[in-house]
Design a protein around this ligand. Sequence first.
Ligand SMILES: [Zn+2]
Length: 471
Amino acid sequence: MAGPLVALSAIMAPSIQFLGAAGTVTGSKFLFRTETQKILVDCGLFQGVKELRLQNWEKLPIEASAIDAVILTHAHLDHTGYLPLLVRNGFKGKIYCTAPTRELSKIILNDSAHIQEEDAEYANRLGFSKHSPAMPLYTTSDVAHTLKLFISVAGDKWVKIAKDVKFRLSPSGHILGSAFVELNHSGMRVVFSGDLGRKKPLMLNPPTRLTTADYLVIESTYGDRVHSPESPMNVLKRVINETVARKGHLIIPSFAVGRVQDVLYLISKLKRQKLIPNIPVYLDSPMGIHATEVLLDYPEWHKLGAKEIEAFCQDAIMVRSYQDSNGLARARKSTIVVAGSGMLTGGRVLHHLETRLSDSRNTILLVGFQAAGTRGRLLRDGIPELKMYGKYVPVKARIEELSSLSAHADQSEIIEWLRGFRSAPKTTFIVHGEPQAADALRVRIRDSLNWFAEVPAHLEVKELNLKTQDE
Ligand SMILES: [Zn+2]
């Protein structure tokens, strides 16, 4: 009799399965299973090199229809971008998140579907896809179905979603509406960090200090690095003044949600303090414009007053149409153009680069993480010619980097946040980092905190011990 009973109890132990962001930074998907519930924390898209993007087409090890609910940490595509496919494949549960995450997800998912549709259409027109016809991963109509399942919940309040499972979202300081997810299952506390913000974010409130976790899943994007201490405002001031002195243009490729707003805010401050000349600043990103407007709707989720937001929006010219965007690329007098995408994988920034990259008076300022295989990474690594629109453009413009303007905690900031926990979790699982960054963080956690931490592999299942620390 002992055999079957042991097997039965093994099946019933709660567990986490790592369906993405294990050994890599993108594709965040963590499946939390109890005896009765299957809850997915985040549902992100894999991004970056082709080998990773192909994983988006692979079948999940669980039927979408068997998942009871999804809880989101924040709106970025690598945390939400798989949702429309999950819904198309039969998921019918609720998608819980904060109110700003719901608003921003609407913008990000629709943009993602448009890009998928355009890419498939382009491949079919030129006939270069191996699949005939090439299909988008999902469409805008899949996104419309997905958005109907979203439920926004208040921050810092426990929400019961099953007889023995409740969750709480509290601000994590990464982007507008970003939150930690705390799950409580029969007294056992499991914490998911999502993306952990800086100790002192530019616009947002600092990350909430959490104190209790039986198990912790922590990100490690910068797990092996410490951000430069130089002030982003000083770097921007220097780069802008040097570019204007050369009578050049400054192009800032930027992520539409988070980074665009930080950059515009700093430029506006520099202008108002007369630390830079009063040259025109353009925001050439419809998604960036939309995301900036969302800031105004959620004053409780950031530190800026309505007047400050209005001020930095007034200091930038919003470029909505393609015609205006094209005209801007031909402007003669010095301009600053902030445009997507942040890693130069597509978007309007490309036609600005096409005209500006070959002129040594101009500057391209990279302001975020540049994944391997992207044009942003190639420029950062000093490539002499960059391929775009099927031709090579010589790189004569100056390439500069503003690494101190990151939305992710660095190694020291992660450790400092972990010190807020009253006692060590039974296990700390390290995710959302390249292998080297994740392992460096594991060693630092062991050496500085004396905690047990491990880096789970893709698709690995980890059983959780239901006995809590208090017992
Ligand atoms: Zn993020």
